[in-house]
Design a protein around this ligand. Structure first.
Ligand SMILES: O=C(O)c1cccc(C(=O)CC[C@H]2O[C@@H](n3cnc4c(=O)[nH]cnc43)[C@H](O)[C@@H]2O)c1
Length: 315
């Protein structure tokens, strides 16, 4: 059996994912005679005391080192904490624990809510990353205004003011999941009935809060969404040569902080829907992972500027 690790940041995200994995579960209907036929037909009285083992959709609490995860069949859900450092620590711990137990993961998915870039992903959409980009790991290279002359900052351009990890010789700032994995997940998430977008997802340490910064990021990376964990999850996962992916449900637009327009509950419902689709499509996903095999290093992409604009189509 292939094993899948879903890494969320916040407990609310993990709860939403688990709710989706549980699906339309109800306590087992039983009759006084315990007739399986009656149970299958959904008739009879509801029993509160059904043993957990009867239905593989039930979740089991699992220890992942110092973390508590939840598992249903092939899928384990971890809430590792918000932002890159916590995500990397949690993912690395989960992978090491699973490896030591002789049950390594075959796919790790960074799973959570995110901001969507205008024209690329709207609130309520699901986004599958075709590139996981560390958008603010690098060096500033801008020129300060002369002392005493504050002036207007220049308009953002795609290449000014920032040097990437590649440009600094410090490594890859873009990690790309396998195309087959992205394709398979796109097909599976189509079952949610929600718009499913594909494109680069930025990982940032500081949530974007101005239209100016959003425009600069859009110019530089052509992103579909922004969150805080994906690249960190991929870095931890790549150490093990395990395939990775990132799935996001859009809760807000990237740009000016307009709390009134956020829809966190709607995005959490999107995570539930995505988790339900993943559970329903687990055999398809497992078969795809088997066909491509796990192992092998992550695929660092070239500089984002060299990449064409990412696709934004609905599947
Ligand atoms: O206070 C704010 O301006 C703000 C804006 C968006 C999200 C938050 C959060 O506290 C949640 C952070 C959490 O959710 C992911 N997330 C959701 N939207 C974004 C975003 O626009 N930019 C970056 N990350 C976002 C993120 O992965 C965190 O796990 C607060």
């Amino acid at each position: 059996m292939s094993r899948i690790l879903l890494v969320t940041a916040m407990t609310a995200e993990a709860d939403a994912v688990c709710a989706g994995m549980m699906g339309p579960w109800r306590p087992r209907p039983v009759t006084s005679t315990g007739s399986a036929a009656a149970a299958a037909a959904g008739t009879g009285t509801l029993s509160r005391g059904s043993p957990p083992s009867w239905d593989r959709q039930l979740l089991t609490a699992v220890r992942i080192g110092p973390y508590l995860g939840r598992r249903s069949g092939a899928v384990t859900v971890l809430a590792a904490g918000a932002a890159g450092p916590a995500a990397a620590a949690g993912t690395a711990t989960a992978l090491a624990t699973a490896q030591a137990a002789g049950e390594p993961f075959d796919l790790v998915v960074s799973f959570g809510i995110a901001g969507g870039f205008a024209g690329r992903a709207d609130i309520g959409d699901l986004v599958i990353a075709d590139a996981l980009i560390a958008a603010d790991l690098g060096a500033e290279s801008g020129v300060d205004a002369p002392p005493g002359e504050p002036g207007q900052p220049p308009a953002p351009t795609a290449s000014s003011d920032f040097l990437t990890l590649e440009q600094l010789g410090l490594g890859a700032s873009t990690l790309s999941p396998r195309e087959e994995t992205v394709q398979t997940l796109t097909g599976i998430l189509a079952g949610t009935g929600r718009p499913v977008r594909t494109g680069p997802v930025l990982t940032v340490s500081t949530i974007t809060g101005t239209e100016r910064r959003a425009a600069a990021l859009a110019l530089r990376f052509g992103p579909a969404a922004e969150a805080m964990e994906g690249y960190a999850v991929a870095v931890a996962t790549a150490v093990y040569g395990t395939p990775f992916a990132e799935i996001r449900a859009i809760s807000n637009a990237v740009g000016r902080r307009d709390r009134a327009s956020w829809d966190v509950p709607g995005a959490l419902a999107g995570l539930s829907a995505a988790a339900a689709a993943l559970t329903a499509g687990i055999d398809t996903l497992t078969a795809a992972l088997r066909a491509t095999g796990s192992g092998g290093p992550a695929r660092p992409a070239g500089p984002a500027e060299a990449r064409g604009p990412a696709t934004g189509g609905t599947s």
